[in-house]
Design a protein around this ligand. Structure first.
Ligand SMILES: [Zn+2]
Ligand SMILES: [Zn+2]
Length: 225
């Protein structure tokens, strides 16, 4: 019998050991383990995308939101394309900011960001000229600025964050790629906050799904290897 690691796709080794879940950090006794140390606990194995995102973002030590987003998108709860990507960029950005020691970024902020991004239908890029990942960028700024519909400057900043990301996604051209949109939302938001929060620039990122998705834009995409 052979099993593969869902994270790195290497063959699992049959050896009983105590393993720590790569997503939520829970420890479990397991009969099979990945040679790279990856492990998916029973609860995370069957979790839906938002539940998995919340558990992972609350536990994660990652300071690079691109890597955190990619780990989540490798989980089978995330399909190649789909609306589950809409509520991904905001919580991973907030989780990374929290680990960077940015004041005021709480566990509650991470939960709130996921809740606010519910209900954006699939395919709105083509049908409405909108994108859930762009809304994710606006959500981060809204939460950091405590914006409301009645705010002045704070509301403007949240709108600008969404608009800036949407424009970046549009400028990339081609058919929809939810992975690219998530990466763009993260990069645009990071660039927006970098000076203010004295964040290091994100390293260049190569997409783990490059060439593996049906409509991959290959060399047209800046994240293509
Ligand atoms: Zn692995
Ligand atoms: Zn877990």
């Amino acid at each position: 019998m052979k099993f593969r690691c869902r994270i790195c796709e290497q063959d699992l080794l049959e050896q009983a050991s105590s393993c720590t879940c790569t997503y939520c950090g829970q420890e479990e006794e397991a009969e099979w383990s990945c040679p790279m140390g990856h492990y998916l606990c029973e609860s995370c194995r069957t979790a839906g995308p938002d539940d998995l995102t919340e558990r992972t973002c609350l536990h994660s030590e990652a300071r690079n939101p691109l890597e955190l987003a990619e780990l989540l998108m490798r989980h089978p709860a995330f399909h190649a394309y789909g609306e589950e990507h809409h509520s991904l960029a905001a919580p991973v950005i907030l989780a990374a900011l929290r680990k960077q020691g940015v004041p005021g970024v709480t566990e509650e902020a991470i939960r709130l960001s996921i809740a606010r991004l519910q209900g954006i239908p699939i395919s709105v890029c083509g049908t409405r000229g909108d994108c859930g990942s762009a809304a994710s960028a606006g959500t981060v700024i809204s939460i950091l600025r405590s914006a409301t519909p009645l705010s002045d400057q704070e509301r403007t900043e949240a709108l600008r964050a969404t608009a800036h990301t949407l424009l970046r996604i549009a400028d990339r051209g081609g058919p929809r790629c939810c992975k690219q949109s998530v990466f763009e939302a993260i990069v645009c938001t990071w660039e927006r906050l970098q000076d203010e929060l004295q964040l290091a620039a994100l390293p260049a990122h190569s997409c783990a799904f490059a060439g593996k998705l049906k409509d991959c834009k290959t060399t047209r995409c800046p994240y293509f290897g």
